[in-house]
Design a protein around this ligand. Structure first.
Ligand code: ATP
Ligand code: MG
Length: 413
């Protein structure tokens, strides 16, 4: 495959990066697309596994047939068989109608089984059978059905370990992994970190019409040596959150340190750096899903708190203009215009926040009502007085908006 062909595929699918390991993965995907072998994509959380099956399908002779994706980890154990293989009427309590499963719907096409390591053992048996013979039996039926589906599966689970722990059938593993495509973690992709960061910063700048953030040299080196336990998803979150929460556009290592815990010991698990758990690949693999979800929530909360702190600093400096026109230099305000929920939460919290700030001599403190009134004025201006749109943007009901307009005497806007 020529360099030009490779670049054009990347462009088509929005894939950024130029590391050898990533290029190899894409090339393998394109090569195996033509033959009907099962493919297993392996890689840590957030490395970008989900685009590969799409590339395979689009480059395969099945491209004009259906491409269906199913996240095996997101479906309750009790219903997964029926999702995959369908069921007949009366197969179980509540099944008033029969239902077509994915194997029937994707006949002739490609089925992407994401998080395949999460499949219950009984479903693994059925899956093995359909892979070996092309035959399956819908739940509650005795009729054998035929299908012709190409399977591409993905997992971030250590399959060897899952097999050793008897959580995954070895015979199924070998069936699924006729071709194995390993997507490398971000820490092994060298300069891709920098290229990806710039892509995400640019996307945010376009979305919110503000200059893109950029890394200074020291920050770039810090990012390149960071292990990125959450891989590209984490990098994307960091770049996006920094874009909207930081006033300055030049990112230094000191700023980065608010978003990334550089100090972390790989095996340490402390809530203080919820990153910590996610930062150890080994630990991360062992954490069950719920724990990971909770840790992610803590991370999100932490970002929210930091964002709120930035708001406090702005309130303190009186940067929110009292006449309702938006502050020209702040990257925060455009973000609020697009993020009504956060904006609304800030209104709710503003009163307490304002009380917590020690008064400064020359800046009069603004009250919750001032802030709320300004947001309403801004929204009404933005939508030329269209109240439904303004209410949607602020994140309040139209009825509440009418009440507030009356309360603040804004009927003429
Ligand atoms: N090379 C890339 N260029 C641009 N964006 C990417 C690239 N790789 C991944 N992404 C983006 O990173 C995010 C995570 O990717 P994806 O959802 O495919 O991860 P994953 O490997 O399926 O993770 P998980 O195992 O947690 O499901 C997505 O928003 C995706 O668009
Ligand atoms: Mg995924």
């Amino acid at each position: 495959m020529t360099e030009k062909e490779l670049q054009s595929v990347k462009q088509r699918y929005g894939i950024v990066g130029n590391s050898d390991a990533l290029n190899r993965a894409i090339e393998t995907a394109l090569k195996v697309a033509r033959v009907d072998l099962s493919v297993l994509i392996q890689g840590e959380n957030g490395v970008g596994k989900e685009i590969i099956p799409r590339i395979i399908h689009d480059a395969s002779p099945r491209k004009n047939k259906r491409y269906l994706a199913l996240n095996c980890g997101a479906i309750p154990e009790g219903t997964i068989d029926s999702e995959l293989f369908g069921h007949v009427k009366g197969a179980f309590t509540g099944s008033v109608d029969s239902r077509e499963g994915y194997f029937s719907a994707a006949d002739g096409g490609t089925l992407f089984l994401d998080e395949v390591g999460e499949l219950p053992l009984q479903t693994q048996v059925r899956l093995l059978r359909v892979l070996e013979t092309g035959e399956y039996i819908p739940v509650g039926s005795s009729e054998v059905k035929k299908t012709d589906v190409r399977i591409v599966a993905a997992t971030n689970v250590d399959m060897k370990q899952a097999i050793a722990d008897r959580l995954f059938r070895q015979d199924l593993y070998y069936r699924l992994a006729a071709v194995l495509i390993a997507i490398p973690p971000l820490r092994e992709r060298g300069n891709d970190v920098d290229i990806l960061f710039r892509k995400f910063a640019l996307e945010m700048s376009e979305r919110y019409q503000m200059p893109p953030i950029r890394l200074n040299d020291a920050a770039r080196s810090a990012l390149l040596s960071y292990p990125w336990p959450g891989n590209i998803r984490q990098l994307k979150n960091v770049a996006e959150t920094m874009s909207v929460t930081e006033d300055t556009r030049e990112i230094t290592p000191e700023i980065l340190a608010h978003y990334i815990n550089f100090q972390t010991e790989h095996t340490q698990l402390a809530v203080n750096g919820a990153h910590t758990a996610l930062e150890s690949t080994d630990t991360s693999a062992r954490l069950d899903k719920d724990t990971n979800t909770i840790l992610q929530m803590i991370l999100t909360l932490r970002h929210d708190i930091e964002q709120l702190k930035a708001e406090i600093a702005q309130l303190k400096q009186g940067q929110w203009s009292s006449n309702g026109s938006s502050n020209n230099n702040s990257p925060l305000l455009p973000y609020h215009r697009e993020a009504p929920v956060i904006a609304h939460e800030i209104i709710d919290n503003a009163e307490e926040i304002v009380e917590d700030i020690p008064p400064t001599s020359d800046v009069p403190l603004r009250t919750k009502s001032d802030v709320e009134r300004d947001l309403i004025v801004q929204a009404l201006h933005k939508y030329n007085g269209h109240r439904k749109q303004a209410a949607d943007q602020i994140g309040i009901s139209e009825r509440t908006l009418y009440r507030k307009i009356k309360e603040y005497g804004l009927e003429d806007l």
